[in-house]
Write a protein that binds this ligand. Sequence first.
Ligand SMILES: [Ca+2]
Ligand SMILES: [Ca+2]
Length: 220
Amino acid sequence: MKRIISLILVLLMVMGLCSVTVGAFNYAQNGLSQKYKMEFILAYGLSEEDFDYCRYINILEYNADGSETSDEATPDYILSYFTMGDSSFAYAAEAIGDYVVISNSINSPYEIALFVFSTKDNTVFTLREAWDAQLPRIEEIMNFTGERIGDVNYDDVLNIKDATLIQKALSDIDTIKDDGIPYVTYKEGDPRCISDFNRDGERNIKDATAIQKHIVGLAF
Ligand SMILES: [Ca+2]
Ligand SMILES: [Ca+2]
C-alpha cells in the first residue's frame, strides 16, 4: 500500500504537479519545500555545508486540526523523508510505539530518516520523539509511514480479522504476507514482526488473544 502511494507520488512529481493531497496530508515538492529543507536542516543542528549533502527530501505538510494546507499558509507540521549525501537506498525498519516504520536510508546518520518539523517553534522531532510526545495526528503519520503492529492483513485497521488471520496462519490455513513491511525480510522473533502483537518475540495464539482483548479494551 505504501509502496503504491510512493510510486503515485513520484509519478505525479515527474508529471510536474506541485502538490497533491494524500489522505489528509498535502504532499509538496515546490519552492516551499526548499525553504523548509533549509529550516529543517538548521533546526536539526546541522551546518549549512550539510545542506549540500542532503540529496533527497520529501515533504508532507499537515495541520494539527486536520484542515487542508495550502501554498499560502504555513502548515503546523511537516513530515520529512530525509536522506544525506552518501546514503544508499536500502530499506530499514524499526518498531516505534504501536507501529513498525521504515526508512529508505539504512546508512542515514540518524536513527531513522523520518522526522516531524513543527513550524511553530522550529522544533524537529524524530519519529520516536513524535510518538512519545503524541503529537497531533501521530497515528495517521505512523500509518502513512509504516504498519500498525498486529495489523497482519494490512488494511490500516486493527480488528478481529487480524486475530483470525493469526489463528489461521498458526493452523497453516492461511499465511501472513511478509510478516512486516514488504521491503524488509523478517525472521520469527524479530522485534519488528507485525504479527507479534504482545512483543514477546514469538508468533503464537497469545498474539491473537491479545488482539481480541485489546479490541474490547482489556489489558493483555
Ligand atoms: Ca487489519
Ligand atoms: Ca507474541
